[in-house]
Every structure is written in structure tokens, then in C-alpha cells.
Design a protein around this ligand. Structure first.
Ligand code: TXA
Ligand code: MG
Length: 312
């Protein structure tokens, strides 16, 4: 199959309407989308990604009026989140309406919904006149795609179309379960969880349970081929060979052992570059990637969640 890389939203929407899948940019990462009323196309997303069938998809909308037909109720605290953060990198879990097929939600009675801020994503959904179900556009287990070239790396010859565009945050949306109060944080992401906590409160997490918070969180994620180590300021690095080691973080490590380094000026830049750095390292046959552990605050918490998964 030829993979068309295009800037034409028209062309991409035609392909979606014909029952095919299309990768498109959002402000977080690229999504791999299909219309929510095309079970055949949704099936193609799972096949292309090698995604487990029990891992549900996020439904992307481009106006608030379509929400009513997708969910059972919008509680006052949910409305607060919507008013403050939509459009934006926040995914909310609702009790779903029967209008959404089980093939979108892996049979769950709930549905994840996001109204992206990205103009290209919004226009694509609007042109299709139907919401778009989309997971991140990467082979399952690999780092999410923050550039269209990453999507090509994973899917050239396997999907018909990639819509070009730029992402902003470089990691995925924050996911909040709003089906029971207080709400729970299922995945840290581009919107700092503290802002949500301030606004509506969040359930206190009580230690470790074996129950994954979200179906997708039990799977291996964000992993480059290289081995990932999380380091703090005074960590002792194991002996490794210079040419095959890389480092990403906020402060330079004063060591001559590291061949490839990316020192980021702040947490936003760290988040924006992390997945891209992982992919660059793989292309350059780096074997060991050292990642500085940032403070567990704001987007630092989202970075740490990604690092822990990548290192596991
Ligand atoms: O920023 C993002 O969220 C990107 C862009 C493309 O929107 N999408 C994304 O999708 O990261 P994905 O599939 O890679 O991650 C969605 C996460 C998964 O962990 C999935 O299990 C969870 O959301 N999820 C989806 N529906 C759910 C539901 N009904 N209940 C609980 N978790 C759900
Ligand atoms: Mg993903």
C-alpha cells in the first residue's frame, strides 16, 4: 500500500469517509484515526498498531454539541473541566450512550472523549461530520509519534494517509475518570493534574493495587529499543561504552561517558523532546539512554510516568 503524506485536510477526510484510517496531528501527539461509525476501519487501527483488543480508543470531537449524543450525563464538575480545559489536551471518561459501538470502547460501558485544540485536527473532524476514534499513532509499545516522520517510520506501506502538521506538548493528554466522584487521574499528561485537583478535587490514590487504572496502562509503553535508565543528580552511572550511551535531562551530567546529550531548558522542552529523542537514539543504534528524573510536579509527573514505563 502506498502511504500518502499530505497537507490536504479534504483528501484526508475523503479517505476517512471511505472507511480507511488516517494519521493526523493533535497538540499532544499524532493520532491514528477512523470514524466512530466504521467498525471495519476501527478494526484496521488495531491491526496496524498491533494493539490489544481490550484497550479502548479515545473519541475526538470538534464541537461541544456532539457530546450530548455520545454520553449519558454531564455532571456539574465535568462541565467545569470542560469550561476550563476544552478544547485542549484533557481526556474525560463518561458513561457512554448506546450510539457508540462496543468496538470503540472494547465493550466497556464508558467512553473516553477529547476535544483537541489543534486546528488541523478540529477541521478534519468537522469535515468528516462524525467524531474520530484514535489512539496514538505508533506501533503498540513504541514511543508515541510527535512528528509525521515518526508515523512514517512505524506505518509506511501499512496505512493509506498521513496528514502533516506539528504537535506541541510532545506527550499525551491527561486522562480523568469522571464516572464517579471524586474523579480519578488515570494518566498524567499535558495538563498538570494539580490544575484539575484545584478545580474539582481528585480521588486520593491509596498505595499500589494490581488493578490497572485504565485498560491501556497495563501494557508496555513508550519503549525505545535501547535500555532506559532513570537517573537523579547524584546517580552513579554503570560502566558503559561511550559511543552507545545517551542522556536527556535538565542539567548536564559532568561525565565523559556520554556520546549523545540533550539538555532541555525546562520541563515543557523535556516533554516535547522525550519521545523524539528515544526514536533518534534507536536510529543511531544507541544502546543505553539515561534520563534525568524531574520533580514529580506539573508535567514532570507526566514525564516520570513515561520514564517509568519506558524503563520497565
Ligand atoms: O493525547 C492523546 O490522548 C492521544 C491523542 C491522539 O489524542 N491519544 C492517545 O490514545 O494517547 P491512546 O490510545 O494511546 O491512549 C488512551 C488511553 C489508553 O490507556 C486507554 O486504555 C485509555 O486511554 N482509555 C480509553 N478509553 C477508556 C475508558 N473508557 N476507560 C478507561 N480508560 C480508557
Ligand atoms: Mg498510546
Amino acid at each position: 500500500m502506498h502511504t500518502l503524506v499530505t497537507k490536504s485536510i479534504n483528501k484526508a477526510s475523503e479517505i476517512l469517509i471511505s472507511g480507511e484510517i488516517v494519521a493526523f496531528p493533535t497538540e499532544t501527539v499524532f493520532g491514528l484515526g477512523a470514524l466512530i461509525n466504521r467498525e471495519d476501519a476501527i478494526e484496521k487501527i488495531y491491526l496496524a498498531k498491533g494493539r490489544a483488543k481490550d484497550n479502548p480508543l479515545i473519541v475526538h470531537i470538534s464541537n461541544l454539541s456532539s457530546l450530548d449524543s455520545l454520553v449519558q450525563e454531564i455532571k456539574p464538575n465535568v462541565q467545569k473541566l470542560i469550561d476550563n480545559f476544552w478544547p485542549g489536551p484533557l481526556t474525560l471518561i463518561f458513561k457512554k450512550n448506546n450510539s457508540i459501538g462496543n468496538f470503540v470502547t472494547s465493550g466497556l460501558s464508558t467512553v473516553a472523549i477529547r476535544f483537541p485544540k489543534h486546528k488541523i485536527a478540529q477541521e478534519l473532524i468537522t469535515q468528516c461530520k462524525v467524531p474520530i476514534a484514535a489512539p496514538s499513532a505508533n506501533i503498540s509499545g513504541k514511543p508515541s509519534s510527535t512528528k509525521y516522520q515518526h508515523v512514517l517510520e512505524d506505518f509506511e506501506g501499512k496505512i493509506p494517509c498521513i496528514l502533516e502538521g506539528k504537535t506541541v506538548h510532545g506527550l499525551e493528554s491527561t486522562v480523568i475518570d469522571c464516572t464517579s466522584e471524586p474523579f480519578s487521574l488515570l494518566r498524567s499528561g499535558a495538563i498538570p493534574f494539580e490544575r484539575i485537583e484545584q478545580l474539582v478535587g481528585l480521588r486520593k490514590t491509596t498505595g499500589r493495587t494490581n488493578q490497572p487504572k485504565s485498560p491501556g496502562m497495563k501494557y508496555r509503553h513508550y519503549s525505545p529499543k535501547a535500555k532506559v535508565y532513570i537517573v537523579s543528580e547524584n546517580s552513579h552511572l554503570p560502566e558503559v561504552s561511550y559511543e552507545t550511551s545517551a542522556f536527556i535531562g535538565l542539567r548536564d551530567l559532568e561525565t565523559s561517558k556520554i556520546f549523545k546529550k540533550l539538555i532541555c531548558k525546562d520541563l515543557d522542552e523535556y516533554a516535547e523532546n522525550l519521545f523524539s529523542f528515544f526514536r533518534d537514539c534507536d536510529r543511531e543504534s544507541i544502546e543505553f539512554i539515561y534520563c534525568e528524573r524531574p520533580e514529580d510536579l506539573g508535567i514532570g509527573k507526566a514525564i516520570n510516568e513515561r520514564l517509568s514505563k519506558a524503563a520497565s
